[in-house]
Design a protein around this ligand. Structure first.
Ligand SMILES: Cc1cc2nc3c(=O)[nH]c(=O)nc-3n(C[C@H](O)[C@H](O)[C@H](O)COP(=O)(O)O)c2cc1C
Ligand code: SF4
Ligand code: SF4
Length: 300
């Protein structure tokens, strides 16, 4: 293999045990006549998952695209039993009241560092992270509120006419649901304009917007990848006693409102896919809470 190969085998160290080729998901590494082979089209075939490096008993594999050696360490013995991890995951609930004090940058960095390790389709690692803090959080919130007020003012007072108008944009949604949505939106605006509870970001001091390059090869699975990145952030935050709340409202507003898009300054060519509020929790749950029983269909 030439120097630009995505996976380099140190022939002096290799004992031809073929652990790596058995693990390789793309047949970039394979066994032929009892010899370890690297596919001639390795550059396009290899997904840089590093599984081969992870199983090699002789440290004979190098993936040159990963340049930080400190990112490769022996796996610590697993110390979390299933009950502990289940209870920990159950303890993560959406935070709907944050303390206004800022989250330290080093803690935000830890959250995003954790998200790097989330799985991604084809190991494309499409997720990119925009972190919003300080006055900009307030400015985005105010802009969202102003835009929502304008929208609501443009909708007729008469419920039947209002439902008919909105139905043009949401043809599959029933009139009852539309009227209920409009009612909640009006309540939210009225409440917040009177200086009441922040029902957009719940007073969070930081926001994380996960986006991906629209023109990247992996964009077709970027939403799934972003959801997994967000899940890793949420669990990491819980371990640091930080609260998080998913913000569908922000993703929807970024998609529909130019003014908000402008404030958020996503990297060029990116689409926002998932957003989270992050901060210190101002309320704490005292109990693990129920969910619906799972709907499972075993097929044998
Ligand atoms: C949305 C999504 C789809 C995936 N589809 C496949 C698949 O069809 N086949 C497969 O072998 N792996 C699939 N994977 C696994 C990825 O290839 C894997 O997560 C990635 O290479 C990183 O490796 P890791 O999961 O060991 O961290 C998928 C992962 C995600 C997130
Ligand atoms: S990095 Fe992954 S895909 Fe590439 S050779 Fe190693 S195991 Fe195969
Ligand atoms: S796992 Fe390591 S030692 Fe075994 S065949 Fe692959 S490169 Fe060689």
């Amino acid at each position: 293999m030439n120097e630009t190969s995505p996976v380099v085998i140190d022939q002096d160290k290799c004992i031809e045990c073929f652990e790596c080729s058995r693990t390789c998901p793309s047949s970039t590494l394979y066994e032929k006549n009892n010899t370890l082979m690297v596919a001639s089209d390795a550059d396009v075939r290899c997904i840089r998952c590093a599984h081969c490096l992870g199983v090699c008993p002789e440290d004979a594999i190098n993936i040159p695209s990963y340049t930080d050696d400190s990112d490769i360490i022996p796996i610590p013995e697993h110390t979390i039993d299933p009950e502990t991890i289940l209870n920990f995951m159950r303890a993560r609930r959406s935070t709907r009241l944050f303390k206004p004090e800022p989250v330290e940058k080093k803690d935000l960095d830890v959250l995003i560092d954790a998200a790097r390790y989330a799985p991604s389709a084809h190991n494309d690692q499409t997720s990119e992270f925009t972190v919003i803090t300080g006055e900009m959080v307030q400015e985005i919130k105010k802009t969202m509120l102003d835009e929502a007020s304008l929208l609501v003012k443009a909708i007729p007072e008469d419920p039947a006419t209002a439902a008919e108008m909105v139905k043009k944009f949401l043809p599959k949604t029933s009139s009852d649901v539309i009227l209920s949505m409009l009612g909640s939106m009006k309540d939210l605006i009225r409440d917040m304009e009177k200086g009441g509870r922040d029902r957009i970001f719940w007073d969070a001091p930081a926001l994380i917007v996960i986006s991906a390059k629209k023109k990247s090869a992996g964009f077709s699975a970027a939403l799934e990848n972003a959801c997994l990145s967000a899940a890793y952030i949420m669990l990491m935050a819980e371990s640091m006693d930080l609260g998080t709340c998913s913000l569908g409202i922000l993703i929807w507003t970024i998609a529909t409102t130019r003014k908000v898009r402008k404030l958020i300054e996503l990297p060029k060519g990116n689409r926002a896919l998932y957003a989270l509020a992050v901060g210190k929790k101002a309320t704490n749950f005292k109990k693990l809470l129920p969910r619906n029983k799972p709907k499972i269909n075993y097929v044998e």
